[in-house]
Design a protein around this ligand. Structure first.
Ligand code: ADP
Length: 452
């Protein structure tokens, strides 16, 4: 596995572990809060019951008792007289239903409890449920005619809070039931109470994710730069080697008797050595200048320049090195004067021109345009070359960057030309923009403000 993949994997894994630990903790907190909520309301409702008993002298089931006494008496009598088991069962179901309905509809406990909660400033909106545990119907002569052991009917809703267990007895019935309450807002209240913990945990996950992404991006950027540097060293070696080997070979030929005997050939070889040394010198100077540029900012010597003449001179003096290259000019400057550093601006335009000629797979046709606009003076160099892909356009002004064109040595260079162009444009308070389409050519636009 590659190093960056390992780091990515480790990072994602640690974020996942962190997120699961957080989720586990949050789940624990929510469970605990849930239990605390239920405990709190169990205690509060029991307090409430005690308060109602003491102050209102009731348990909230008085009406229920009033209704159940005559009904159970009648039911006991009827059940005693019945023989048919189907009829008895039907009656028993009816009795159970009646008890359930009366208990649910005629009790006043919920009302009292809600009022009590309100007085105390607690949550007063709750739903109640009554669960019947045991019901016996007994005739006046104490004969049990119906026993329903309903057992402890567990409610399936987890959050039900048991307020109390009740037992009721009268001449003709014996009843046991449980009274539960349930808050529909319980989850909301718990979430609100746990909001701080929740927010903190989400925030900590976000912080870790952001830190990781930033660190990972930095690492990738470092890697990209280190790759660029390696490429640069390869390119530079390649570039320096060519003139050097020419000089070496030329030097050796000077020792040959055929050459020594011909003055003209000596002169030719010396010229070649001179040309190659000059090229070598230029390359070394360029590298030195770039490293100087890193340490000290540009020191421009700006002068008022009549732009049209200046541009004409540069373009006319530009040696394309390509016999078939055509360079056209279109200037609309009407004597515009701009403050420029002649040396640096010449380098800028030469770099653009040499790229326009170099990055071409057919006879290069280059157009140099210049005009004055509101933004400043615009100098455009367009070509019909190989173009630059959108993804490369982002980086071409970076130091050492060379667009990957398959065989990088097909087009010689060190990835410094456009970096230099950008630095020079910026030193003139200007900008440089690229507009290009792969296979169709490129347009490099330099904009320099007029009054600088
Ligand atoms: P170099 O030419 O030394 O590689 P530059 O900084 O001048 O470095 O250019 C950076 C990269 O931008 C080049 O490698 C090339 O891929 C691309 N590029 C620059 N100018 C052009 C152009 N006119 N047409 C196509 N590609 C270009």
């Amino acid at each position: 596995m590659k190093r960056q993949n390992k780091i990515l994997f480790a990072g994602i894994l640690s974020i996942l572990v962190l997120a699961s630990v957080q989720a586990f903790i949050i789940k624990g907190i929510l469970n605990q809060k849930n239990e605390m909520f239920m405990l709190r309301y169990t205690m509060r409702s029991q307090e409430g019951l005690y308060f109602i008993n003491r102050n209102l002298m009731t348990d909230g089931f008085d009406t229920v008792r009033l209704l159940l006494a005559p009904y159970s008496e009648r039911a006991a009598r009827e059940l005693k007289l019945m023989n048919d088991s189907a009829e008895i069962n039907k009656k028993k179901t009816e009795v159970l239903n009646y008890f359930t309905i009366v208990l649910n509809q005629e009790q006043n406990l919920s009302q009292f409890l809600s009022a009590y909660f309100e007085i105390r400033g607690y949550e007063k909106k709750f739903a109640f449920s009554i669960v019947l545990n045991d019901l016996d119907i007994i005739t006046p002569d104490t004969i049990p005619v119906f026993h329903s052991g309903l057992g402890l009917q567990q409610t399936n809703v987890k959050s039900h809070i048991l307020v109390n267990w009740f037992g009721m007895e009268d001449n003709n019935y014996k009843l046991r039931f449980e009274y539960f309450i349930d808050f529909s807002d319980q989850q909301k209240i718990i979430l609100k109470e746990s909001a701080a913990a929740l927010i903190m945990s989400i925030f900590s996950i976000i912080v870790v994710v952001v830190i990781f992404i930033t660190a990972y991006k930095n690492l990738m950027e470092e890697k990209r730069l280190s790759n660029l540097k390696t490429d640069f060293i390869n390119n530079m070696t390649h570039e320096l080697k060519t003139p050097l080997s020419t000089i070496t070979v030329a030097g050796r030929t000077l020792e040959l008797p055929v050459i020594i005997s011909s003055e003209e050939r000596i002169r030719e070889t010396a010229k070649l050595i001179g040309k190659q040394s000059k090229h070598l010198n230029q390359l070394i100077n360029m590298i030195l200048e770039i490293s100087m540029l890193e340490r000290t900012p540009f020191e421009l010597e700006k002068k008022d320049i009549e732009l049209e003449t200046f541009l004409n001179d540069i373009v006319d003096c530009f040696k394309t090195g390509e016999d078939k290259a055509v360079i056209n000019k279109k200037f609309d400057l009407k004597g515009v004067i701009v403050k420029l550093d002649v040396v640096y601006f010449t380098t800028l335009l030469n770099n653009l021109l040499s790229n326009a000629v170099k990055y071409s797979d057919k006879a290069p046709i280059v157009m140099v345009e210049s005009f004055a606009s509101d933004a400043g003076v615009v100098v455009k160099v367009s070509d019909n070359g190989i173009g630059i892909s959108k993804s490369d356009q982002k980086y071409i002004f970076d130091k050492f960057y060379r667009a990957s064109t398959g065989n990088i040595h097909k087009f010689k260079g060190m990835g410094l030309g456009l970096y230099y162009v950008k630095k020079i444009a910026e030193a003139h308070n200007g900008t440089v923009l690229v507009n290009s389409q792969k296979g169709k050519g490129s347009v490099m636009t330099v904009i320099i403000p007029k009054q600088i």
